[in-house]
Design a protein around this ligand. Structure first.
Ligand code: NDP
Length: 515
């Protein structure tokens, strides 16, 4: 349960149309530090009318062309100035991210800030991408010059989760802006602070007002309004598959474009010829990074019989060395879970795992020496897991690893693909041909060979099956923020050579008559 603040906390406001405003209801809610359970800030409790106001601001800025039609060099310059803001404020942003999300300072100070700078910079450099793509001249159906215009989609809504608040804000804002769109961003209610701080930094740049709007409020109110409002042209969502389905349903009323990055249950296959010590640490990194609250965490560890016992022994010994503690303590390897609710969810899955017959070999609850107040959970390992068990099929979003045995490569691939999810996977072996052969057969949007979690700004990221729709990052991600328009310029001067002769000619025409 949240603990009341012991001193005055910062009261954030929403950023709409370049102004800092309260929710129209005047209501606010508290943001907790999951390491202590204390309220550390308040934010406006926006509702549907606030969302409508943000959508109107984004619409006005888009329709005015102030950003969409800006000189591309100028757009690049402004976007690059945001990279400078990240660099100038990296320590402060890392601390704020750790404070609200429970991700360790060691991770926010490296992974989060590193990704934000690298990814924003990549998209900034794409902001002058040519908008016109010529096509080869053709004689059929008639002589014509054809080209494609790549145009912004319009008003894009970004709805983001609490696990990587700042990186997710970058993923929703930067590609949309690079392609000339205007955006309304709704951060998760648990972790809205870095998105609002980013809005403050954007406000200090020359980005025209109204192009980016950030507002806080519940998923059922603000989120649903963004997903259904007719003036929103596209919704980009990251979060649970359950909410992803709801968003798709709401977006269908106006045939909004959707990008959905949803849940995962990523398999991590270790073959017997892998570098075992590296694979042991890789399996810990795959599962316990950010307390397992990562959509592509390697939560199913697939091991062959021949190395199973030795591997598990090393894994458990190494996992025992993981130090769980306050996210702001630089010595902590793992911080707390994001909320009391998430702690309950994870605890419940541990109970289900035991009831279904899996063997708990490590952890399973609150560490005995955890600091007071926070939502700390031990690194938890189950063996004797059958892939049909709940803990192997459902996304737990906590530090819980399920170890599953396989007989041979084909069996490993079969088990890996036996999931409603298809976000990511990993394979470990010193035999690269074997890894690549496996990679081709895995039905996931990303496959890592001898590593995990490495997302790259130039490579597409997204899921097969119920892990999502569309791709983020790289040119694949940029394309999701554009409409393509075909322009056909007729070069046939002679009316007789035009296709409309088919309609008007008294004589039957053959294909040789047109063009
Ligand atoms: P949700 O999917 O509920 O939340 C993600 C975002 O969607 C938040 O901004 C949330 O707002 C918003 N939202 C919630 N309901 C709606 C709605 N009906 N319409 C529009 N937007 C909505 O994730 P949770 O925080 O509830 O986490 C639940 C589970 O989801 C986790 O245990 C985990 O399994 C999975 N998850 C997966 C993530 C991923 O990256 N794949 C990330 C986070 C969670 P608000 O915060 O105000 O509710």
């Amino acid at each position: 349960m949240a603990v009341a603040p012991t001193q005055d906390v910062k009261a954030y406001r929403n950023y709409i149309g370049g102004e800092w405003i309260e929710a129209s209801s005047g209501e606010t809610f508290g943001v907790e530090n999951p390491s202590s359970g204390e309220i550390v800030a308040t934010v406006p409790k926006g509702g549907r009318d606030d969302a409508q106001r943000a959508i109107a601001a984004a619409r006005e800025s888009f329709d005015s062309g102030v950003w969409a039609d800006m000189d591309p060099d100028e757009r690049v310059r402004i976007m690059k100035s945001v990279v400078d803001k990240f660099t100038e404020h990296e320590d402060e942003l890392a601390e704020l991210e750790s404070l609200q999300s429970g991700m360790t300072l060691r991770a926010t100070g490296t992974v989060v800030i590193g990704y934000c700078i690298n990814h924003w910079d990549y998209f900034a450099r794409q902001a002058d991408r040519p908008r016109q793509e010529p096509l080869d001249p053709v004689a059929f159906p008639t002589h014509s010059y054809n080209f494609v215009l790549r145009e912004p989609v319009g008003v894009c809504a970004g709805i983001i989760p609490w696990n990587f608040p700042l990186v997710m804000a970058v993923w929703k804002l930067a590609p949309a802006l690079a392609m000339g769109n205007s955006v309304v961003l709704k951060p998760a209610s648990n972790t809205p602070l870095t998105a609002l701080r980013l809005a403050e930094l954007l406000d200090e740049t020359d980005l025209p007002k109204g192009v980016v709007n950030v507002l806080t409020g519940g998923g059922a109110s603000v989120g649903e309004e963004l997903a259904s409002h007719p003036d929103v042209d596209k919704v980009s969502f990251t979060g649970s598959t359950v909410v992803g389905r709801r968003i798709m349903q709401l977006a269908s009323s106006t045939i909004k474009k959707c990008t959905l990055e949803l849940g995962g249950k990523s398999p991590n296959i270790v073959y017997e010829d892998a570098n075992i010590d590296a694979a042991v640490d890789g399996a810990l990194w795959a599962t316990f990074f950010h307390q397992g609250q990562v959509c592509e965490s390697g939560t199913r560890l697939l091991l062959p019989e021949s190395i199973h016992d030795e591997f598990v022994e090393k894994l458990v010994a190494r996992a025992k060395q993981i130090k769980v503690g306050d996210a702001l303590d630089y010595d902590s390897d793992m911080g707390p879970l994001v909320s009391a609710e998430q702690f309950e969810t994870v605890s419940n899955y541990v109970r289900i795992g035991q009831e279904e017959g899996a063997k708990l070999v490590l952890g399973g609850g609150r560490p005995p020496d955890a600091p007071d107040g926070g939502y700390y959970f031990e690194p938890t390992i189950f063996t004797d897991v059958d892939n049909s068990m709940t803990i192997a099929q459902e996304e737990i979003f906590g530090p819980v690893l399920s170890v599953i045995k396989f007989k041979n490569d084909a069996d490993a691939i079969r088990i890996a693909n036996d999931s409603i999810y298809g976000l990511a996977s990993a394979v470990w072996s010193e035999d690269y041909d074997r890894c690549l052969e496996t990679a081709r057969k895995l039905r996931t949007g990303t496959v890592w060979v001898n590593d995990h979690h490495l997302i790259n700004c130039i490579a597409p990221f997204g899921g097969y099956k119920q892990s999502g729709l569309g791709r983020e990052l790289g040119t694949y991600g940029l394309d999701e923020y554009t409409e393509v328009k075909h322009v056909h310029v007729d070069l046939t001067r002679d009316p007789q050579g035009k296709m409309f002769g088919v309609l008007l000619s008294e004589e039957p025409l053959g294909p040789e008559d047109v063009g």
